[in-house]
Design a protein around this ligand. Sequence first.
Ligand code: ADP
Ligand code: MG
Length: 424
Amino acid sequence: MRIMVIGGGGREYGVTKRLSMDERVDSIYVLPGNGGMEEFAECVDIKATDMEAVCEFAGSHSIDFVVVTPDDPLAMGMADRLRAMGIPCFGPSKAAARIESSKIFSKNLMMKYNIPTAKAVSMTSLESALEYVRNNELPMVIKADGLAVGKGVFICRTRDEAEQAVRELMENKVFGASGSRILIEEFLEGVEVTVLSFTDGKTIIPMVSSMDHKTIGEGGTGANTGGMGVIAPNPFYTEAVANECMNHIFLPTIRAMEAEGCPFKGCLYFGLMITENGPKVIEYNSRFGDPEAQTVIPLLETSLLDAMMATEYGTLYKTPVVFSPKAAANIVIASGGYPGKYQKGLPISIEKTDSDTEIVHAGTKRTSDGYVTAGGRVLNVVTVADTLEKAVAKAYEQTKKVSFEGMYMRHDIGKTALDFIKKQ
Ligand SMILES: Nc1ncnc2c1ncn2[C@@H]1O[C@H](COP(=O)(O)OP(=O)(O)O)[C@@H](O)[C@H]1O
Ligand SMILES: [Mg+2]
């Protein structure tokens, strides 16, 4: 088979590497890929959002299956275009990708189908939004409707903060059209859990749960990032919670999408808050999360390619998808200064790791002198072990195998989870 993967971060590294190990795969192209992926795939210098060039490449290279991983090409309708060319894909249609690309679409869906989520109102004018934030309960959460590279959400504890957030989005238009409509929602308290799933629109198979660590600083302090580390499974996601999620969230969501005429195929990501009143949806993503994907995929014991193809062909009900009972930890190694300004092109040294650890490349470039940094999040150190405690300890030990000037990591990845396990 000839496979093409769209994207170029750590998530795509995790997906591509796993697919490249499948005996049925003869060639694997990544558009655009990154330095580290050149070891097992052919990187092609085409941007993930360059729809014309991507489709042209797929057509002219007799590609059998395309994995569309990032949010923006999905929101643009890349999977529809490829399917129209007769090329099967892993990834939802443009209509189904609205579950992520419009937070108002997904909120309306959840309200219509009684899927538990934070109460919310949507606003389309600056005046009515300002009026609302002046007169309703704090704290409140203000969200841009559209994609905003993970920066369109404001947790507001004072009226001033809320007013400022509304003005940033609707008046100063910091995210352009993404903020012309906004959502104002109730603040939920609890523990966050991520659950990725495979779905063909009728059957849904959840993957192992995980916990991301979003802020740059330890203990949840400082600016938000794309994610600084992940542990899986998430101990707060108990069997009871999992059952509740299946019955009240996962199945109702895929049925709702089908009822709305836009069945979801691909990876559906559930961002959940486990509250006093049970699990609630914070958001959906229409694709694998980064860095969750590259943490969870190593725990998948069955074929990733089969699971992906089953989402396209509607055969997930008869496809085995089995996860290992082990645990995984992922420590993100970032450039000094990230998520603010940082330097690129710094030489990276990487020593051989133990066999239970993988160095995932997220933002690297290969030069004639070796790898250099090429992004904010540069590498991920991912370890699988029998217990979460061992996975975290081993991953931190293995971070000593990589170095570059100014490298930064958080030292408390997994701490919340391990403290919780110890208290049980
Ligand atoms: N209603 C809410 N109550 C409390 N925290 C929230 C709420 N909505 C979002 N958050 C916090 O903000 C983060 C980002 O919000 P999310 O809806 O996931 O948007 P995105 O990932 O697109 O930026 C969440 O991971 C969560 O920590
Ligand atoms: Mg999110």
